[in-house]
Design a protein around this ligand. Structure first.
Ligand SMILES: [Zn+2]
Ligand SMILES: [Zn+2]
Length: 376
């Protein structure tokens, strides 16, 4: 039994060099493949790369047969290859090896006589905070259910293929242009209703698929987005994949400005009653309007601040800061007793929320992570 130099060195050079029992000499094309990989990378806007190797399953079987010869310091040929390729490709290109590299090179030894090299562009992740300046936009793309997005000839969406324009498109399209990418996905920290606006700035990470360009002028992109006057973005920064989870899994306290209409005109006592909710914990059953998609639970939520900003006759503007996950419209109406205490009940004056705006989101800790990630 003979091995090629590489397979032999993975097995403590215990066998003779020759026609390779494990890889059938295919590893001999590695230098050529690295050369090809370097040429592919040279055409890319990449500063780092990762690799993956694919080998025939038979190699693993034959490798185990070699190990059965009781070779002391054996190493799997796949590990050996990964190490060899990443260090030589680094030497050939000067680019950094990084598991989350800008491009991934696949060294596929299972294809063809001499193996095959392919390049895939890893996703680009961009953090930011968006403001939604107008009502009537959904957060993510919302395809028409009647035609499933096809559009043509559909009466339900008048041929547009969608029910609403979206924040995702307002942010994603300019980025798609700037990066020459195929597609994008918006990941955000919660969402506002279609009919709500948000002047506070909601944290998001947008994932750009297959970007040709990675070094882009983020200031220019922000200016392009602002041109729509529907959505604006700030704090744009390139981040790593880990930020998606950080942003989507974190829950933040929010402050709202609610325009509330009461059944009867408000008096002083009712205003103090509203403000007496400050610091109180309310119990919210899953609201009727979302009960079809959420489990029915009693949730305690703290009202951190509440203040009547102004009022006239039966109308009031109320600022409410509440724990993450509080249903504000129900805190106001009471949702037929499913939220208690509530504003209708404690004022003994039936109240409904006419307009709700997020005015502040306590997500400052994200900035701490941003500084750390960008610094290295
Ligand atoms: Zn070999
Ligand atoms: Zn349609």
């Amino acid at each position: 039994m003979n091995l090629c130099a590489t397979c032999n060195s993975a097995n403590d050079t215990q066998l003779r060099n020759g026609d390779c029992y494990i890889c059938r000499n295919k590893i001999g094309s590695t230098d050529k493949m690295i050369e090809e990989a370097a040429q592919l990378l040279a055409k890319e806007d990449a500063q780092s790369f990762s690799i993956s190797t694919m080998i025939d399953k038979d190699w693993l079987t034959r490798e185990e047969e070699v190990w059965d010869l009781k070779i002391e310091k054996c190493q799997s040929i796949k590990n050996k290859l990964n190490w060899l390729i990443s260090s030589n490709l680094h030497k050939a290109t000067g680019l950094k090896y990084n598991v989350q590299g800008d491009c991934r090179i696949i060294f596929d030894y299972s294809k063809g006589e001499r193996g095959e090299v392919r390049l895939e562009r890893n996703e680009l992740f961009i953090f930011g905070r968006y403001k939604k300046l107008v009502a009537g936009l959904s957060q993510s793309r919302w395809l028409c259910s009647a035609c499933e997005g096809k559009g043509e000839g559909c009466a339900s969406c008048s041929g547009k293929g969608k029910n609403y324009e979206s924040v995702e498109e307002r942010i994603g399209e300019p980025l798609k242009m700037a990066t020459g990418s195929e597609d994008y996905v918006l990941h955000a920290s919660g969402r506002e209703d279609v009919d709500a606006t948000n002047s506070a700035g909601r944290a998001f990470v947008i994932e750009i698929k297959n970007p040709v360009k990675r070094k882009i002028d983020l200031g220019h992109v922000a200016a392009e987005i602002a041109k729509t006057s529907e959505v604006s973005v700030s704090d744009l920064a390139i981040v790593n994949r880990g930020f998606v989870e950080l942003v989507t899994e974190s829950h933040f306290d929010k402050s709202y400005a609610a325009e509330v209409e009461f059944e009867k005109d408000l008096d002083k006592d009712q205003i103090s009653a509203v403000e007496s909710l400050r610091g109180k914990t309310i119990i919210q059953q899953t609201p009727t309007r979302v009960a079809h998609r959420r489990a029915n639970l009693d949730r305690p939520r703290k009202v951190k601040e509440i203040m009547v900003l102004d009022h006239r006759k039966n109308k009031a503007r109320i600022k409410i800061k509440a724990e993450a996950g509080t249903y504000i419209k129900e805190l106001i109406s009471g949702d037929n007793g499913r939220t208690r205490p509530n504003i209708s009940e404690i004022t003994n004056n039936k109240a409904i929320c006419k307009n709700l705006e997020v005015v502040e989101i306590d997500d400052g800790f994200l900035d701490y992570f941003l500084k750390q990630k960008i610094g290295n």
